[in-house]
Design a protein around this ligand. Structure first.
Ligand code: CO
Length: 464
């Protein structure tokens, strides 16, 4: 059967290479070409794009979604949804998750790809239930990582569980780009034998070997792959869409995309990309293969983060020591996958352990909350001495973290009744209160523009 392609340049592509800075105008320059290309789906929304619209671009993310929907009537639109974290960085109440799913689908999303950093399925349940309730396609993504507990059997058990929960398809989400070709082959073959769900592979080209992994995944019968159009592919982004069209030409798996439409979009996207290269948003380093991520099993974004933390403290000489500390901290904390927000926690803890001269002398608040169960269940048990040292006397919660959260939607709607004009506005506030309030203020109550000067100049010019 023909391989299905999910195009990611308008979500992960610019999130990984351009700090998520593509504007809606730039996106719309290529959207209709992509819509003509015959993709299975376009991932265009969710992840960091929502935050970036409000925080950096002074744009309404909901408006962006509606405009993309209008420009792409022929192709399914997909979003990335962080389970109970939605598109933010904390756990939100179930009613916020429910409304967010409802309005994402209402404004144009077809496929919701939902995942939890810890693969704690309790953190997926509400998003899955709501997606089914409102008629969307629910794809559950399993965070892929390597550790003694993250075996093929672990992923098979998880796949069976999410199939039972009601997923329509499954994604292997290798956010760090560490999935090796033979491991992909074994994982996908075994998953195929144990579930009837279609399987999608998502990874990153960071280490320079991902095309080979994708080919092995195709051999193993993967149903969909995530790729990015050439200008925003490679390096820390996804492998290249066009490359797979040529690689598979004439093959039974030929995705049969319209190359002319791809070329047309790529030409425009190249011009856009060149502007970001010139203004420094795109660092050429992000495009260079970085095999160190395989050596240290640390995502590229985390490596550069650690480097900048150490530079700030004038301690680049401790870089190797910190990199050695990362896997030890990760093991002691029960092998969390190194994805947001766990990658930041493990990284900061490793830096603190090395810099303070005494391990766990300093512990960030987020790590304490993780140990208290507030992010969900760790994949393996946390070392008992860590619990004793850091949260002695406190009992970690055993239940789902969001069970402790009261409904928030009606309260926010009432509180900001004077400002908001839609339920979408309420959700923007629910996720990023301060940032969204500042944005909505500007949107609905713009500073009166003083146009008299312009008018005078105009009259003056005319009269001379
Ligand atoms: Co990704």
């Amino acid at each position: 059967m023909a391989l299905k392609i999910v195009e990611t340049c308008l979500r992960d592509g610019h999130q990984s290479l351009l700090a998520t800075r593509l504007t809606t105008k730039e996106i719309l320059e290529v959207a209709s070409d992509l819509d003509q290309a015959g993709y299975y789906a376009l991932e265009v929304w969710g992840g960091a794009t929502f935050d970036a619209c409000l925080r950096f671009l002074n744009e309404d993310p909901w408006e962006r979604l509606r405009l993309i929907r209008k420009a792409c009537p022929n192709t399914k639109l997909q979003m990335l949804f962080r389970g109970q974290n939605i598109l933010g960085y904390r756990h939100y109440a179930d009613d916020i998750v429910d409304q967010f799913v409802r309005l994402s689908l209402h404004n144009g999303i077809d496929i919701i790809r939902v995942f939890d950093a810890l693969n704690d399925v309790r953190n997926l349940r509400q998003a899955v239930t709501s997606t089914r309730k409102y008629g969307g396609h629910c794809q559950i993504a399993l965070s892929y990582t390597t550790s003694p507990v993250h075996t093929v059997q672990y992923y098979v058990d998880l796949a069976k569980e999410v199939e039972h929960m009601g997923a329509d398809s499954l994604c292997i989400k290798d956010m760090a780009g560490v999935l090796l070709p033979d491991d992909a082959y074994q994982l996908i073959t075994t998953l195929k034998a144990n579930t009837t769900l279609p399987i999608n592979l998502h990874s990153h080209a960071t280490a320079g070997m991902m095309d080979v992994t994708y080919m092995k995944a195709i051999e193993a019968g993967v149903d969909m792959i995530d790729t990015a159009l050439s200008p925003l592919s490679g390096g820390t982004s996804q492998p290249t869409t066009e490359a797979f069209c040529y690689l598979l030409k004439g093959h039974i798996e030929d995705p049969k995309l319209h190359i002319a439409a791809l070329d047309h979009a790529a030409e425009k996207l190249t011009k856009i990309k060149d502007r970001y290269l010139q203004n420094g948003t795109l660092n050429p380093k992000a495009l260079t293969p970085n095999p160190n991520i395989l050596k240290y099993q640390v995502p590229g974004g985390m490596l550069s983060n650690l480097m900048s933390q150490l530079k700030d403290q004038n301690a680049m000489d401790r870089y190797e020591a910190v990199l050695k500390e990362v896997p030890i901290v990760r093991q002691e904390l029960g092998y969390p996958p190194l994805v947001t927000p766990l990658s930041q926690m493990v990284g900061t803890q490793a830096v603190m352990n090395v810099m303070s001269g005494e391990r766990y002398k300093l512990v960030p608040k987020e790590v304490k909350e993780y140990l208290l169960g507030l992010y969900g269940k760790s994949p393996a048990p946390v070392e008992p001495w860590i619990l004793e040292k850091i949260i002695a006397g406190q009992t970690p919660i055993e239940h789902r973290p969001a069970d402790d959260l009261k409904p928030e939607f009606a309260g926010l709607k009432a509180k900001y009744g004077d400002l908001i004009r839609s339920d979408e506005d309420v959700l923007s506030i629910a996720l990023f209160e301060k940032v969204a309030l500042a944005f909505l203020e500007k949107k609905y109550h713009p500073e009166p523009q003083d146009t008299t000067d312009e008018f005078n100049v105009y009259i003056g010019g005319d009269s001379k």
